[in-house]
Design a protein around this ligand. Structure first.
Ligand SMILES: NC(=O)c1ccc[n+]([C@@H]2O[C@H](COP(=O)([O-])OP(=O)(O)OC[C@H]3O[C@@H](n4cnc5c(N)ncnc54)[C@H](OP(=O)(O)O)[C@@H]3O)[C@@H](O)[C@H]2O)c1
Length: 267
């Protein structure tokens, strides 16, 4: 195996597990963190070289250009989990989540694709979310950012396949990574949505704690990378196969109700 991979957000959860899985399979792996210097040993995967990357900062993204020119597999995993009623999401928070979850990952893809195309091989995995397929109240900015990154992946896919380069989206369901503790939340003290919002968040955190492991998602990401012709979308966790089958069978309104009931919102 003579391939090089770069995994963003490799200091925690899905990114850490994916970096470890790729290194164990013989890839040369670069992992990123906003501050690699401060990472504890358990936040570093064995055999992975850590580089600084802040997706909120274009200069930080561009500083990886030289490394990216030689990368065969890009896993765009790092992301912000944001929540709040649409009325109360500050413009600055909306711009940040789109920078971190969409514009930053797209810029990384733009930097990595020319080299992949020239060498006739490449894999770009966008780590989306099942919420992009099953939208949820009080998560609109997050849902929209994950739908947008999936849109870039799906839209650009056929531009690259003639060159042996495949874009794919992996949509995790509820995964026990502790992401709940790092979620950004926007709600005012006198918000009319406070009670509903708190109920939804408690259910979301409960579902995440009961979710599958990051290692299981990493396996799916590795499967997508190893495929000769990766599918446009892989979904894993939250009973994905059954849930997507139901979505094909049931009317949209019923599916929306089921998703909200799972998060203790009786609609
Ligand atoms: N956990 C779930 O239930 C779940 C479900 C669906 C989708 N996802 C998606 O899966 C991906 C990974 O989630 P996770 O649960 O593994 O999250 P996590 O444990 O919170 O890890 C997030 C990673 O992203 C990095 N990061 C955060 N903000 C960043 C920024 N502005 N610039 C660069 N790196 C940044 C963090 O590294 P540093 O702090 O070291 O910089 C960390 O390594 C995310 O895109 C998330 O939206 C997760």
């Amino acid at each position: 195996m003579d391939r090089t991979a770069l995994v963003t957000g490799a200091s925690s959860g899905i990114g850490l597990a994916t970096a470890a899985a790729l290194a164990a399979r013989g890839f040369r792996v670069f992992g990123t963190s906003r501050d690699p210097e401060r990472l504890k040993p358990e936040q570093r995967a064995d055999g992975v070289d850590y580089l600084p990357l802040d997706l909120g900062d274009d200069a930080s993204i561009d500083s990886l250009a030289e490394t990216l020119a030689g990368v065969d597999v890009l896993v765009n995993n790092a992301g912000e989990s944001q929540s709040g009623p649409i009325e109360e999401l500050p413009g600055e928070a909306l711009r940040r989540i789109f920078q971190v979850n969409v514009f930053g990952p797209v810029r990384l893809a733009q930097l990595v694709l020319p080299g992949m195309r020239a060498r006739g091989y490449g894999r770009v995995v966008m780590v989306g979310s099942m919420l992009a397929s099953f939208p949820l109240a009080y998560r609109s900015s997050y849902v929209a950012s994950k739908a947008a990154i999936k849109g870039f992946s799906n839209g650009a896919r056929q531009e690259l396949t003639p060159f042996g380069v495949w874009l794919t989206t992996v949509e995790p369901g509820s995964i026990a990574t502790g992401i709940s503790e790092r979620r950004t939340k926007y709600i005012s003290d006198d918000s009319p949505y406070r009670e509903d919002f708190a109920r939804m968040l408690a259910a979301l955190d409960r579902n995440e704690r009961a979710g599958i492991t990051a290692e299981r998602v990493a396996q799916t990401i590795v499967t997508a990378i190893a495929a000769d012709r990766p599918k446009a979308r892989y979904a894993v966790g939250s009973n994905a196969p059954a849930v997507f089958a139901l979505k094909r069978l049931l009317p949209g309104g019923i599916v929306e109700k089921i998703v909200h009931r799972r998060h203790d919102l009786n609609r």
